[in-house]
Design a protein around this ligand. Structure first.
Ligand code: KIV
Length: 263
């Protein structure tokens, strides 16, 4: 199993890091088989699996449930678990208690926390307790209402300065990696170059030290994909064909045939 040191070494050796955000046993199992470096149990589960229109309703217990299933599917892969909305922002003591539950109950290797300077003292508390933390800057979905929607960040000079400052602070306090979401190529490149810890991009072009995609996005399960997603498989089309064939074969008497029957 990889460690946080391996991710930092990967950056030094210019080896790109692969991470997939997923939520359950079976997809975790095939990711491990594919040799993906790191699995993120993202709170995007709230949107992808539960059908909410944001990540805000996701609870700590739900994240723990997903993460336990993922660990069972990928016993040898480095797993990062998102701390959901309001499980770390209130105060450092509560954050530590909640991060502790994630680490103890799921077998995860690290947690991910959204935000920069404003949550730095909280992140520091987790790191001081021995919990590796991955940062998340740029478009931070838990702040979707404050950001005015799911928009590219770092377009103005002021917002670029803030993201750069946050990245420096996060590195200084000891996060082992930072997700950069929906930021312009130039900004992602600049941040990646000045940090010693790896950046993992989503919608941040190829300048980052690694890439993360949501499993269901890359497998083409949704009708529409955001610009930054590459659909590696047309999953919805394949599943739809399978389901339509099942229906047609049950109705026509073709399934089950003798081959599927116990004699
Ligand atoms: O929740 C998630 O899946 C994420 C990734 C998009 C980075 O935070």
């Amino acid at each position: 199993m990889k460690t946080i040191t391996d991710f930092i070494k990967a950056k030094e050796n210019k080896q790109k890091i692969t991470m997939i955000s997923l939520y359950e046993y079976w997809s975790a199992k095939i990711c491990e088989e594919a040799g993906i470096d790191c699995i993120l149990v993202g709170d995007s589960a709230g949107m992808v699996v539960a059908g909410y229109d944001s990540t805000l309703p996701v609870s700590l217990d739900e994240m723990i449930y997903h993460a336990k299933a993922v660990r069972r599917g990928a016993p040898n892969t480095f797993i990062v678990v998102d701390m959901p909305f309001l499980t770390y922002q209130v105060n450092a003591e509560e954050a530590l208690k909640n991060a502790g539950r994630i680490m103890k109950e799921t077998g995860a290797n690290a947690v991910k926390v959204e935000g920069g300077e404003e949550v730095a003292p909280i992140i520091e508390k987790l790191i001081n307790a021995g919990i590796p933390v991955m940062g998340h800057l740029g478009l931070t979905p838990q702040s979707v209402h404050a950001l005015g929607g799911y928009k590219v960040q770092g377009k103005t000079e002021e917002s670029q300065k803030k993201i750069i400052k946050d990245a420096k602070i996060l590195e200084q306090i000891g996060v082992f990696s930072i997700v950069l979401e929906a930021v312009p190529k130039k900004l992602a490149k600049e941040i990646t170059e000045f940090l010693d810890i790896p950046t993992i991009g989503i919608g941040a072009c190829k300048e980052t030290d690694g890439q993360v995609l949501v499993f269901h996005d890359m497998m083409g399960f949704f009708d529409k994909s955001p610009k930054f997603v590459k659909r590696y498989v047309e999953g919805k089309k394949l599943f739809l064909e399978g389901l339509k064939s099942f229906k047609e074969e049950v109705q026509s008497g073709k399934f089950p045939s003798d081959e599927q029957c116990y004699q």
